[in-house]
Design a protein around this ligand. Structure first.
Ligand code: HEC
Ligand SMILES: [Cu+2]
Length: 347
């Protein structure tokens, strides 16, 4: 029995649990708020199984409670009641009912699993995206358009996106909870395919869902669902010629220190995330907010500066060299590049 003392101890625990669970409800990162057909079909299955479970629970517990009360030992009765064993009718009932319940669960589940298997790889209307997981960032390549980007997956609302997923290093898992289930990127070279769509325009958060190293928890990305016209516009501006820092000296520093790993437009290499149109991104390195413009109309540089001054402090174990310690940049050069990157926006 729970005494008042015990109850008092349970109270803060229950409160803490409530608070912790409340944190699971983030609007843009929840399977309980599906925003697309793939996530809706999983959510429907969850609702179906939970409904069945609650019904079973209520019925079984009601019967148990009824039996406990009805057949409890009455005052004054001392003899052992008649011992009954085996009842054919009851045995049939509690074998057949669970079987029916399993069938009710299995049919829609199998249907949903097969539907989820449609990867739209050969669908000419689908937008093909090659996803590569890296410790600790995501690369997105639009193979039909010759465009590459990182961290922000821009997609046209309502269209099926045909994904082809790989990893550059270890096992990762690509997961946008409000849009679909997870899919692994396998280190053995296998290519995984799947598909989802986002009918509503908006920004959805994605996560790496497979422990991949010290900065696994920071391996976030965004899915930006935009109108068809905005998508076309985005593709066009991603293909526009590279914009480099205006100051020729700073441009030279950027070229020699940064473009051997990063690409902007048609320049540089794609060892690290493509930085084309960086100012229009939702985030810096996937995890820091890419702040918008401040009250004075100038971009807020704080988070880009934080990253460039010490990438290791933001994402421990990431492979970008420290601009100051390893690449020899001065604080002024770092600030100049931060300003340039923040101002490098897309149409
Ligand atoms: C040796 C290759 C390398 C060099 C050189 C390098 N970087 Fe990086 N950079 C990376 C990698 C890898 C990441 C991804 C780190 C992560 O998120 O795990 C990255 C991430 C970034 C990001 C965040 C990207 C995003 O998608 O949000 C910015 C901004 C950036 N680098 C700027 C620079 C600048 C500016 C320089 C030159 C001073 C530079 N980098 C030099 C490899 C490099
Ligand atoms: Cu990961």
């Amino acid at each position: 029995m729970i005494t008042w003392q015990g109850g008092k101890r349970l109270l803060p625990m229950t409160a803490a649990l409530g608070l912790i669970l409340a944190g699971c409800g983030r609007e843009d990162l929840s399977v309980l708020r599906p925003q697309g057909p793939a996530a809706e079909s999983s959510f429907d299955l969850m609702k179906l199984s939970i409904t069945i479970m609650i019904a079973v629970l209520l019925i079984v517990f009601s019967i148990a409670a009824y039996v406990l009360v009805k057949f409890r030992r009455k005052p004054g009765r001392r003899e052992i009641p008649v011992q009954v064993e085996g009842n054919f009718k009851l045995e049939v009932v509690w074998t057949v009912i669970p079987l029916i319940l399993v069938v009710i669960l299995a049919v829609p589940t199998v249907k949903a699993v097969f539907a989820a298997g449609n990867d739209h790889a050969d669908d000419p209307d689908a937008v093909k995206v090659k996803v590569t997981g890296h410790q600790y960032w995501w690369e997105f390549e639009y193979t039909d358009y010759g465009v590459k980007t990182a961290q922000d997956l821009v997609i046209p609302a309502g269209k099926d996106i045909a994904f082809e997923l790989r990893t550059a290093d270890v096992l990762h898992s690509f997961w946008v909870p409000s849009l679909s289930g997870k899919i692994d990127t396998n280190p053995d070279g296998t290519v995984n395919r799947f598909s989802f769509s986002a009918p509503n325009e908006g920004v959805y958060r994605g996560k790496c869902a497979e422990l991949c190293g010290p900065s696994h928890g920071f391996m976030e990305f965004k899915v930006k669902s935009v109108s068809e016209a905005e998508f076309e516009q985005w593709l066009a501006s991603m293909k526009a010629p590279a914009v480099l820092p205006e100051d020729p000296q700073l441009a030279e520093t950027f070229r020699s220190a940064c473009l051997r790993c990063h690409a902007v437009g048609d320049q540089g290499l794609a060892v690290g995330p493509d930085l084309t149109g960086f100012g229009s991104r939702e985030s810096v390195a996937g995890i820091l907010l890419n702040d918008d413009t401040g009250a004075d109309g100038a971009p807020i540089l704080e988070n880009i500066q934080t990253w460039l001054r010490d990438p290791e402090s933001v994402k421990p174990g990431n492979t970008m060299p420290d601009p100051k310690a390893d690449l020899g940049l001065t604080d002024a050069e770092i600030d100049g590049i931060a300003e340039y990157l923040a101002g490098y926006t897309l149409e």
